[in-house]
Design a binder for this molecule. Structure first.
Ligand code: OGA
Ligand code: NI
Length: 352
């Protein structure tokens, strides 16, 4: 049995931050310098319906997505069609799961990142120092094909399997719709990205629980990273902000918008778009009150060949990356575990 870090065993909030969570000065969030202005765009997916009624093309919606992807790599969507009640239920079962006594969830706790279903803590490797834990717990597992994996998921809370099954189906459908819009926003045919990502794509959940933190200025919930897959749909709890993204070298807070999802592009779309769209660095800070987020990641088939899409390569835009099998990139990702990852960079072609 792995030894459980502090948060898994402690049910009350300590008055001060335990030492193994305190980041060195230069790694702390410097919350007072974070901007809440100029946050990421909010896009209404109902614009699509209006556009098709008018027969407009390229639709305003596609243009908005194109601009958001180029300028931020992040946007929020409203009127996305996923029932709010289902999102609330998914939040509730996830919260229940995280708040179970450790005894009842320890079967999922592991430091082995190759496990499909895992409850774990993130940490940062800091220069010349012991690794520092971040103030969060994450629970991760596959979401597709749901029929084959349901039995691996928690039995407690009792609604977990059913609610997650429904949530995964809805999010899967929304992923397809977004991939089609993003393809169009790159001037490609609708099916292009979906096809390039292959016939056995992965859909994974990562639920993140950030317990109430006594000293949010000394630690992080999740360190700065990019998402390695193709596309992420994130649902965050209302009323508490924590997600921050880099814009022009500065951190910008993404405050929760009611009934919205946060969408961001992952590394594989950066590569497929030949660098036109960026997979942007982001992180989560903690608060005096708890916060929960549910990230769903859509990734390529292991055997999909990923590389710049031909139509996006020309003399003015020579290929930035070489082609690779996605399995190759995953191996590189595993090799770099625990470091400040530079995974897609390994597949960059030399500049002429
Ligand atoms: C992630 C992530 C941000 C958040 O799970 O990859 O970036 O707000 N989460 O929890
Ligand atoms: Ni992320």
């Amino acid at each position: 049995m792995e030894t459980a870090p502090f948060q898994f065993t402690c049910s009350t909030t300590p008055l001060s931050l335990p030492p193994n969570f305190i980041l060195p000065e230069d790694k702390r969030p410097h919350i007072s310098q974070v901007s809440t202005l100029n946050s990421i765009p909010i896009i209404d997916l109902n614009d699509q319906i209006h556009a098709s009624e008018n027969g407009d093309f390229p639709s305003l919606l596609v243009e908005k997505i194109s601009r958001a992807c180029e300028e931020y790599g992040f946007f929020q969507i409203i009127n996305h069609g996923v029932p709010q009640e289902l999102c609330n239920k998914m939040m509730t079962v996830s919260t229940h799961f995280f708040e179970l006594p450790f005894e009842q969830k320890k079967q999922f706790f592991t430091t082995d990142f190759t496990k499909q279903v895992k409850l774990f803590n993130y940490y940062l490797n800091t220069h010349g120092q012991e690794k520092v834990n971040t103030w969060s717990q994450s629970f991760s597992h596959p979401g597709h094909p749901i029929e084959d994996l349901s039995h691996l998921l928690p039995e407690n809370p009792p609604q977990y399997r059913e609610v997650f099954g429904e949530y995964a189906k809805e999010i899967g459908a929304l992923m397809n719709r977004l991939l089609s819009l993003i393809s169009q926003s790159l001037g490609l045919e609708k099916e292009c990205l979906l096809k390039r990502l292959g016939e056995n794509p992965s859909l994974k959940l990562q639920a993140n629980y950030y317990p109430p933190c006594p000293e949010p200025e000394l630690t992080l919930g999740l360190g700065s990273h990019t998402d390695v897959d193709a596309l992420t749909i994130l649902c965050q709890s209302e009323g508490v902000s924590g997600l921050q993204v880099i814009k022009n070298g500065k951190w910008v807070a993404v405050d929760p918008v009611p009934n919205a999802f946060v969408i961001n592009l992952g590394d594989q779309i950066q590569v497929l778009s030949n660098g036109r769209y960026k997979s942007v660095q982001h992180r989560a800070v903690t608060n005096k009150v708890k916060r929960i987020s549910l990230a769903m990641f859509y990734g390529p088939s292991m055997d999909a060949v990923i590389g710049p899409i031909q139509e996006l390569v020309d003399e003015a835009h020579p290929p930035v990356y070489r082609n690779y099998r996605f399995a190759e990139l995953r191996e590189e990702f595993d090799r770099q575990r625990g470091t400040r990852r530079m995974v897609k960079e390994v597949f960059e072609l030399p500049k002429n």
